[in-house]
Design a protein around this ligand. Sequence first.
Ligand SMILES: Cc1ncc(COP(=O)(O)O)c(C=O)c1O
Length: 354
Amino acid sequence: MRVATRASALLPAEELAGLWAPSCPYLNTASFGLPPQPAFDALQTALADWRGGRTSWEGWADAVEAARASFARLVGCDPADVATGGTVSEFVGLVAAALPDGSRVVAPSVEFTSNLFPWLAQASRGIEVRTVPLAELADAVRPDTTLVAVSAVQSSSGELAGLDDVLAAAREHDALVLLDATQACGWLPLSAQRVDFLVCHGYKWLLSPRGTAYLAVRPERLADLTPLHAGWWAGEDPHDSYYGPPLRLARSARRLDTSPAWFSWVGAAPALELLERIGIERIHRHDLELANRFRTGLGLEPGNSAIVSVDFPDAAAKLERAGVRAAVRAGGLRVSFHVYNTPEDVDVALEALL
Ligand SMILES: Cc1ncc(COP(=O)(O)O)c(C=O)c1O
């Protein structure tokens, strides 16, 4: 087990001691994040309780509400405007299904497909999807645009969307905006108030298990969305929603929830609580400091993303030989830096590459 010994000055080692135990320099949060100890412990307890039949499920379900409230604070909205589910694509699908026939959607060309396929899958209703390079997204918004779908941070390259321009163009042409915050929320300060729909999966930068996704809806838009997968959990009172009609859905965005994968949420709630405690502004500075240490080491200009994507000969093999975890995306090396990474991790990676 490798314990982070020398954290950056921004996140002192004493504060992080005992919270994470990566067994290698782990530079792959853009694929999945590592659980902090309280999340791991909570999961072990829940699994033991499950095996022993020692408890009822309500405590596990409480974790959904704790995570919903934390997420709402992280993106600056009311928990009543946040739905929880298992995947980003199911939430994008809900919004896609709510668009009128013949709608026009614009999105970046290399957008992650969970924010593309759900729109493309509506082609039989005459919904058209136009993809353009990220840098041209704002200019591609036209008077006939119904919705702009974009990731706050691109999965493949780490590039940040020029949100101010995209939002201004959407406002000018009365288009809706769906923002996928999966590669952003947890390190990049964001506000759900700026967009109509914000979707996010928690298993990367929010350090949660898979199966913990969120949809923050602008309250005026909630009535537009049909709760296509509503079940007992989407009822106003789940305990009074087990059997029989009538339909009695939650008034809040919880009407869009899917029944929770309990254990995933048990792991998510303590992870989000910890991220809140550390603070996203500090994590942002820490992650960028490390990403820019890496960029500078490679002779690149500093950037504004916690994800660095570079074309470097044999990069993946060299890092693998040095025991560094990273990823190859769209043909390039993708490394990502988060709260548990240290300057030493960066230096091991640079040494392996140079
Ligand atoms: C930008 C982005 N959105 C969404 C996801 C995950 O989507 P889903 O929850 O549909 O599996 C990923 C995973 O890599 C991603 O990078």
